[in-house]
Design a protein around this ligand. Structure first.
Ligand SMILES: [Zn+2]
Length: 389
């Protein structure tokens, strides 16, 4: 019997203790200093400080406390603060769409990027020229072959640049694909400022030009296309000129629509369309064969050159990408620096420069016993990082 009472007492004490410990907020508990408390939940992924200063000429210097601060022009105070806060909270990926759209809409410029471009563009052109001059095929090559060779020369030139962003695809767009007018998309971007994802879908739709596009109900773009149609950017179903719908069909499909009424086997689209248009019940026949609800077509937008817009957006996207990558790299180094202050890492540190430019790669694998003073990023778009050895 005593054993029974002992168990009752032990279980009772345990229940009382566990209930008490649950009702005591961690923040009030003095004997558990290892628990971090009173930190807002959105700070939970790390709070490495990112200083923000307004410059005399209306720009914002982001990260003056970090290895390589960036000076940005074209954004307002709220936007600069949003960017710095997001970086501080390790949300660089989450703000990607927002920031790309902002860079495109406000034509944001980055001083460090512009300085690199001012140096690298002439170097890039000279390296291409050198390859053209030393090519034996060039002078006798056809225009298409020249275009092909030029792409090859550009790639080689990018690799040969002494200092460049680690990602060669970013470097290529920045060096070679700057649009003539980066403000060409501003009016359109203004309409999508609260919905950058929808703008991305519109850009996708641009790539089809005036062709009819089929987006079935199960297609992941369908919701976006519905919304674009509602907003007047796309025609849908019955609104699309019947001739355009026919143009989007294959000869075989048109033959099926014509059925036994066809005078002969169609050999060319133009003849097929001409014949089908003479059928008085064409609309009904088409409705039987295709779902009109799933047909979409871009509506022409007055005064807007779609190709230039896509180009401008692609360029801005890379500007945004290189800024965010450089800031993230700063934060990574800063975190290592902060933790080095708290605990000595006896094995030392090592530089990983494998994915960067030739000047950085010279330092690849360099080791230090103590964290060095100069930490990556060493330049805009630098892909170096400090690792624990
Ligand atoms: Zn580099």
């Amino acid at each position: 019997m005593w054993l029974f009472w002992l168990i009752v007492v032990v279980v009772g004490v345990w229940l009382w203790v566990s209930k008490k410990s649950k009702s005591t907020p961690a923040s009030l508990s003095n004997n558990s200093p290892e628990i971090t408390v009173s930190v807002p939940s959105n700070y939970s992924r790390g709070t490495t400080r990112v200083d923000l200063e307004e410059t005399e000429n209306g720009g914002y210097n982001i990260g003056s406390n970090l290895p390589l601060s960036l000076t940005l022009y074209g954004l307002d105070k709220n936007e600069a603060e949003k960017l710095a806060t997001a970086m501080q909270q390790d949300q660089g990926y989450e703000i990607n769409d927002w920031f790309s759209h902002l860079v495109a809409q406000k034509n944001v410029r980055c001083k460090e990027l512009d300085e690199w471009l001012a140096k690298a563009r002439p170097q890039f052109q000279a390296l291409i020229q050198k390859r053209i001059e030393s090519s034996q095929e060039w002078s006798s090559a056809s225009e298409l072959d020249k275009a092909d060779m030029l792409d090859e020369f550009k790639e080689g030139a990018i690799f040969e640049l002494p200092l460049r962003p680690g990602f060669t695809d970013i470097a290529w767009v920045l060096l070679d694909e700057e649009p003539a007018d980066i403000t060409v998309d501003d009016a359109l971007l203004e309409k999508f400022k609260d919905n950058p994802q929808l703008y991305n879908h519109l850009l996708y739709a641009f790539s089809a030009g005036s062709k009819v596009q089929i987006s079935a109900a199960s297609d992941f773009r369908r919701k976006a296309f519905d919304e674009l149609a509602e907003k007047g950017f796309m025609r849908r179903g019955q609104e699309i000129p019947i001739e355009d719908i026919l143009l989007s069909m294959t000869l075989k499909e048109m033959q099926e629509i014509a059925g036994s009424d066809a005078p002969k086997k169609f050999s060319r689209k133009a003849n097929a369309i001409e014949f089908l248009k003479t059928l008085s019940d064409l609309q009904q026949r088409l409705e039987k064969a295709i779902s009109f609800r799933s047909l979409f077509q871009l509506r022409p937008i007055d005064g807007i050159d779609l190709e230039e817009i896509s180009k401008a957006y692609a360029y801005s996207k890379e500007v945004a990408r290189i800024i965010l990558r450089t800031l993230r790299s700063n934060l990574n180094s800063q975190r290592i620096k902060n933790s080095a202050k708290e605990w000595a890492h006896d094995e030392g540190y090592e530089l990983n420069a494998e994915d960067c430019c030739s000047s950085c790669r010279q330092q690849h694998g360099k080791k230090w016993k103590r964290l060095p003073q100069k930490l990556p990023p060493f330049h805009i778009g630098c892909e170096c990082r400090i690792d624990y050895a």
